[in-house]
Design a protein around this ligand. Sequence first.
Ligand code: GUN
Length: 293
Amino acid sequence: MQLIDGKAIADIIKQEIAVEVATIKSMGQRPPHLAAILVGHDGGSETYVAHKVKACEQCGFDSTLIRYEDTVTETELLAKISELNNDTAIDGFIVQLPLPKHISEQKIIEAIDYRKDVDGFHPINVGRTSIGLPAFVSATPAGIMELLKRYGIATAGKHCVVLGRSNIVGKPVANLMIQKAYPGNATVTVCHSYSADLVEQCQKADIIIAALGQPNFVKGNMVKDGAVVIDVGTTRVPSTTTKSGFKLTGDVLFDEVAPKCSYITPVPGGVGPMTIVSLMRNTLLAAKKELFK
Ligand code: GUN
């Protein structure tokens, strides 16, 4: 069993990006600039956004954090998005999800100029990605593809089971795994809460991508020998053994599953750091204006 070290790969990619940013600056141009909108004080969102701001520093980017209380109106948020869309000093921006119930996430996502949508959530980016056109690929699926590539994991003709059908992970990663490309060319089955044969599908899988958000869902008996397991889960489970009072827990019961795998991602330190670094990459692409001409 080989552990897929997302943290180490993410550190290498951040270094690669920093080198490119240094070149941009040496030519007298300003560095890439990412803005993030954070609404409310959800612990998970606060942590993710703090990691994104820190990664910007490590890559040599400028960053701007825009905060709102969770009483902000949809109209106020839409006005800020319009301002950022038109601000030539901002290359890309994200609105951290989830948003409070009174705000339509879909309306917010669709208000973002797709050329600045470095999260890759806008329907134009989702659609372009799904037919293999240049686009901002959503960060978590892009991070998973990069891990498969950097570890040279074979995907062509493999049976890949995706657990979960979210717009952010399940659907786009399933789509990428069927693209005529490497990584890709896999036979993909997407399982979800209505799947009657989820366990049997997993038992047949060469590659399992678990993105259900249900801690420790994938057990040892669900995985065949030699499988590749990618764990996207990051649920904060209360814990008495950590200073923070919680433990970041994946969708895979690691101790049972890991001994059976050829490769497996840990939580934390697997997919998470790759998600952040994919956002950095998209921001660099946005600054270079190479995707959409
Ligand atoms: N919430 C959970 N993951 C993400 C993400 O990748 N981007 C944004 N904007 N919000 C999230």
